[in-house]
Structures are given as C-alpha cells and as structure tokens.
Design a protein around this ligand. Sequence first.
Ligand code: ATP
Ligand code: MG
Length: 301
Amino acid sequence: MESLRSLTSFGVTKTETMSKLRIAIQKSGRLYDDSISLLKECGIELRNVKDRLKTESDNFPLEVFFLRDDDIPQYVEDGVADIGIVGQNVLYEKCKETEIIERLDFGKCRLALAINKNEEYVANYLQGKKIATSYPILLQKYLDENKITAEIHEISGSVEIAPGIGLADVICDLVSSGSTLFMNGLKEVETVLESQAVLVRNKDLNEEQLKWVDKLLFRIRSVKKAKRNKYILLNAPNNQLPRIFELLPGMRSPTVLPLAEEGWSSVHSVLSEDEFWEKIEQLKAAGAQGILVVPIEKMII
Ligand code: ATP
Ligand code: MG
C-alpha cells in the first residue's frame, strides 16, 4: 500500500491510499511497441520506459513489469503481476490459470503446420511424420483432435530451418505474412491456432484491484472502438438527406447543419471501418459531395 500523490483526475483524493495495479508486458519483441502504445492511447504516461525492468505511471495507479513473453502467464497466475498482455499462443501453451479479459486486436498471427513447398499435401500426410515446434502442447492437442500420430521434436527457436537440416519433415510455427516460410522453401498446410494479444488477469484480484482493472478496460475498449470507426463529414442536397441518414445512422443519429448555400446541408456521423468503402460508394451515388473522413482518438458510447 502506498499513498498516491496526483490522482485527483481519477477521482482519487490526495490522502487516499491504495495499491497499484501491476501489469506484465513483453520486455522486447513483437508485442512490446503495441503494448506500450495501447497504454499511451489509454492516457497512461509511463516513467523512463528505456530502463525496461519495471516502471510506473504518475497519472494512473499502474506499475509495469517488463518480462519475456513466455514468463507472463506464470507471473499472472502466481499474482506477482495482477494483469498481463500476452499472445494466446503462449498463454494456451503454458496452460496457466488466468482469465482472458479482452482481446487486443494486435499481435495477430497463427500457429500453422508447414511442409516442403515441393511436396504434395495429400490426405493423412502428417501420419508418422517428425514435426519440429516450440509449441508441443498445442501441437499434441491438435494431433489428438485429428487422430494423427506423429513424432514431436521440441526446439526453442529457428523452427523454420528444421526441414532444411534434416531434423524434421514438418514444422509447426507462428506465421503472419508467410514470408519466412516462403524464404525457407516451405508452404503452410494447416492452421493449429489463430492468435492475437490478449489482456489476462489473475483469478483472485481484490475489489480494489478489480475496480482499477475495470477503469483500464473501459479505456482500452474506447480506444479499440475508436480505431474501428471513422468520423465522416459530407455535404448533401437536402432532398437526398433521408437516403443519406439511412446510410449513416451514426451513434444516435447524424448531426445536420445547414450550409450557407440554400438547399444544402453538412452531415456529420460515424462510420465503421468494415463497411467504409462500400458506404462511401453509396454515399456518392446518393449525391454526397466533399466527403471528409477523419480518425477518432477515443470513442465513448
Ligand atoms: P521473448 O524474448 O519475449 O520470449 P519471443 O522471441 O518469444 O520473445 P516474439 O517473436 O517477440 O517472441 O513474438 C511475441 C509474440 O508476438 C508471439 O508469441 C505471438 O503472439 C506474436 N506474433 C505476431 N506475429 C508473429 C509472427 N509472425 N511470428 C512470431 N510471433 C508473432
Ligand atoms: Mg518468448
């Protein structure tokens, strides 16, 4: 427990005491930048991140531990960290008792099986093969589910070179674009797991810790929602407004302002990224002009 100095903006008085929430994130690697950016986008300023062992925030009761991603599930299970950001691939491989509280939309990849690109991938191809992987638990589960008997060779890194040096016939490794496989003369044949970074929490947090996890989650969700949406402004002739409203329902309903030119209005609304291009075409067809699309920083509904 420690006293907090400057948390008045979060409804915490200067004299109130509380424990800081401890979050474990990757020390360096593919999840590091996105994890730090997410905290920043949530308005959490961190002191001296370069130190990379641990740091804390002055404007949110958060202490950040920088760890190897493999260790994060264990630290969160043990309660050394209260929450953590880790890939589902690592989380499921480690089989630790934690609870996923949010998918974070970054670190997207898949654990996939790949074979020599010149081989034909026929039915029962995997039966009796040697498969190199850093994910023996997830691979064994996949093999069991698909009633395949194969030999698993566990290696800790550079899995993609295993077929080239005669260590294995098949590999089971993380893939995002597939370029590493391609460079090593391999082709992807099966997906074992679709993965992304997730926020996990220790199962036994106290009420106070849960309160701060909720506050953090609220911010994370606002940032995620904002990323999936755009703010759109356009001009349209008044006789086309009913059609434009149909296309742009907005959060409650669109904002409409009259233009100086008689018979025209400016319409402001929010548009989801998924339907963006389709809607723009339809809006143009409905007579919309001067369409402006701008990013949204936070979205609170
Ligand atoms: P550490 O030193 O922390 O153990 P690492 O080398 O095991 O790091 P990274 O290569 O930095 O791990 O990857 C971290 C996570 O990023 C992976 O576990 C996975 O969830 C995600 N990821 C996303 N795309 C890829 C990819 N193409 N290859 C590997 N991991 C990816
Ligand atoms: Mg690792």
